[in-house]
Write a protein that binds this ligand. Sequence first.
Ligand code: RIB
Length: 308
Amino acid sequence: MKPKIAVVGSTNMDLIVPCVHIPRPGETVIAKGGQESPGGKGANQAVGAARAGGDVQFLTRVGDDGFGKLLLANLQQEGVSPDSILITPGVSSGLAIVMVEDSGENAIAVVPGANGCVTAEDVESHAEVIRSADILLLQLELTLEPVLAAIRIARDARVRIVVDPAPVPASFPEELLQVDVVCPNQGEASAILGAEVRTIQDARQAAWQLVRRGAKQAIITLGADGAVICDGNNVDFIAPFEVQAIDTTAAGDAFAAAFAVSWGEGKSFQEATRFGCAAGALAASRSGAQNAMPTRAEIDARLLEFVS
Ligand code: RIB
């Protein structure tokens, strides 16, 4: 049976702008193009989890504008249940300007729009979506109140909680770490811990610190360098999958989504992390966000290549 994944989070229309390099402050660069494409960390994870083999319920808000209609239609087409996708009248849908440079690195500015209208009351009135799930998957593009409300509902119902702490808010409540798994990348781990996380050794220490601060388990994703995991007893290194990075935009979302599905299927923490890393590598090898999410067959094939 497919694991039930509840995602609470953001939905954006991405305006993808490929550039030779991301402009420095005060600089203007001529972009190579511009394209609208469905994104938003929450929606990317919902689509990623559905493609990876999850039965996905997604609580989000879009506006009653043209983007909102497109985003909702796309989510439905991807097999994400529309039951808890709410429409806010008179408000624009979330919008993200995603600049991607030739190296594959990106810089993103998000206009929250309808995402900023998701409330703790929305979450409480859809509590059953969370209570009936195997895994609750969260990121931080909404305000903190609905995210914390979701954590409390899941904790009371003993639903496992995975927090991808992206983007890291200026004031980081410790409750975000009182969860089953927290999975920051290096930059996010640095921001949470207030100390640079650059090397694998730094990541090992960071994973321990996140566990000491309350997470049952921690994963530090290292992009092209793999991941470090801490299960509360040991710290382990997960080797990277080779990748020709085209666009790293939603690689972290693909990781979190695939990890959640695999862990929800009953795989070990380590196996699920490897599955997530395979998905992240595949997403980085394509451009776009939701469009870049790999299917189950693609992730399985990538894992097999790695073993053989
Ligand atoms: O994680 C990538 C996402 O961040 C993009 O799709 C963009 O919408 C921003 O939310």
